[in-house]
Design a protein around this ligand. Structure first.
Ligand code: SF4
Length: 362
């Protein structure tokens, strides 16, 4: 029997909840659906929904964005990237170029793309120029990058890879002294590729109920109901509330491509720090297409010391679910979509941007 969103809400309200419960999501698409559909305010008062690390652009290390800007400013270069990246700011004095958008305005050849195939096409059409594909994303966006590498890419195309795996960030939170949530709505898209089993550790190791959800309010509410019911009944398991697309084992072909083209690596998350095995790097055989090896004249260590977040920006706390977007002191003041200070106000998947778009003004 398929229930409507209203019916799921009714079932949630009928649960005998007698204490505050915090449920985290780790997907920008989930956060957007939750916020735009007004799910927060429709739930019982004791249920709090928290946006966790669900935005790859927001956690892309400052030094990577800076490197992309410096590469874009080279006269022989075309820099291509997904559109969200263009406005992400870095910490530089006001007179310097602080985003790819500003680099473009200063004359750099920066082009937004929607897929890795576009990067290949641009490289083929500009065989005499160097093209760098600045690729930030989670597993779902990274699998096509791996496929692109395996299919073969032009010599003049290199990848500045800033890809991240989702579950290690949740594992890091759960291993900390204060995880800050009682239940998890696991990301549907990532589970489609990597398999829902990746999230078993949440209930097996940490005794936290978990349910995979899709992007529709119906699926999200079903997952929330499952998590709340598990809590009430003392049961723990991984519920799949997105069975239309999430299948046991995930997409084995995409997983094989990821394993064949990329290595797991420790990776820096902007404002958070290094999380073990949370990133991807190109395998050695793709060295000629690895921008980090092809353009090594870049002082990453100095950049790290320059600071991860602009002064006053609390994106790291927002990404970790420690505060809500509107609890950042400069939300809606110095920081708005027109004048973004931190990455969470730039990306369509950033919690601050989503809350602002939904009309939250204070
Ligand atoms: Fe960062 Fe702006 Fe959000 Fe504050 S309001 S956390 S500065 S994006």
């Amino acid at each position: 029997m398929t229930l409507t969103a209203q019916e799921w809400l009714k079932k949630i309200h009928e649960l005998p909840l007698d204490r505050p419960v915090r449920i985290m999501n780790v997907c920008g698409g989930h956060e957007r659906s939750i916020t735009m559909a007004g799910i927060r305010s429709a739930l019982p008062e004791c249920v709090e929904l928290i946006a966790g690390p669900g935005c790859p652009v927001c956690v892309c290390p400052e030094e990577d964005v800076y490197q992309a800007i410096q590469l874009a400013l080279r006269t022989d270069m075309i820099l291509v990237t997904f559109g969200d990246m263009l406005r992400v700011p870095v910490n530089v004095p006001k007179k310097e170029v602080r985003s790819l958008e500003q680099a473009k305005a200063a004359g750099a050849d920066v082009r937004p793309i929607a897929s890795p195939r576009e990067a290949v096409r641009i490289a083929q059409q500009n065989a005499k120029r160097q093209v760098v594909f600045f690729a930030a994303g989670f597993e779902t966006t990274t699998a096509p990058v791996a496929a692109m590498l395996l299919e073969g890419v032009p010599d003049n195309l290199s990848i500045l890879l800033s890809a991240r795996r989702t579950w290690p960030a949740v594992a890091m939170l759960l291993d900390s002294d204060a995880p800050g949530f009682d239940g998890l709505v696991a990301p549907g898209h990532v589970s489609t590729v990597m398999g829902p089993e990746e999230w078993n550790f949440v209930f097996e190791k940490h005794d936290i109920p978990t349910a995979v959800a899709g992007f529709q309010p119906v699926s999200l509410l079903a997952a929330m109901y499952s998590v709340l019911r598990q809590l009430l009944e003392g049961k723990r398991f991984l519920d799949n509330c997105y069975p239309e697309l999430v299948r046991p084992g995930g997409n084995r072909a995409a997983q094989a491509q990821l394993a064949e083209a990329l290595n797991d690596t420790d990776a820096n998350w902007r404002g958070i720090g290094v999380i073990p095995s949370s990133g991807f790097s190109l395998q050695k055989r793709f060295a000629k297409n690895d921008a980090r090896l092809q353009f090594p004249d870049f002082d990453t260590e100095n950049r790290k010391r320059a600071g991860q977040m602009p002064p006053g920006c609390e994106c790291a706390s927002v990404v970790l679910g420690r505060i809500n977007p509107n609890q950042c002191k400069i939300y809606g003041h110095a920081c708005t979509p027109k004048t973004p200070v931190g990455p969470c106000m730039v990306s369509d998947e950033g919690a601050c941007r989503i809350w602002w778009a939904a009309g939250v003004r204070e």
